[in-house]
Design a protein around this ligand. Structure first.
Ligand SMILES: [Zn+2]
Length: 93
């Protein structure tokens, strides 16, 4: 069946990332392409990434690239679209 395209990246949920901690933040890369690694820094509410995708969306504070998403996912932080604070989970600070 030929369905119309609903999203730009229909396969994004299937992506796997290798994440390792560094002094600057988290180094994120795809096992399929380890030469392209990016650094995700900042906090959950203020994450940054060194990938071109993130630079492109720099003006949008709510936009997260797939690397940031992967790191937040790894940390167990729910990246809700509503961006509500996780009061119930408690702060680890
Ligand atoms: Zn990125």
């Amino acid at each position: 069946m030929n369905q119309p395209q609903q999203f730009n990246r229909p396969n994004q949920q299937a992506e796997t990332w290798v994440i390792s901690r560094t002094d600057e933040g988290f180094r994120v890369y795809s096992p399929a392409d380890p030469a392209k690694s990016y650094i995700v820094g900042g906090g959950p509410d203020d994450s940054t990434c060194t990938c071109p995708d993130f630079q492109y969306h720099e003006g949008d504070p709510h936009w997260r690239c797939k690397h940031i998403q992967a790191v937040l996912d790894q940390l167990g932080i729910k990246a809700d679209a509503t961006a509500r604070r996780t009061g119930a989970a408690g702060d680890s600070e």
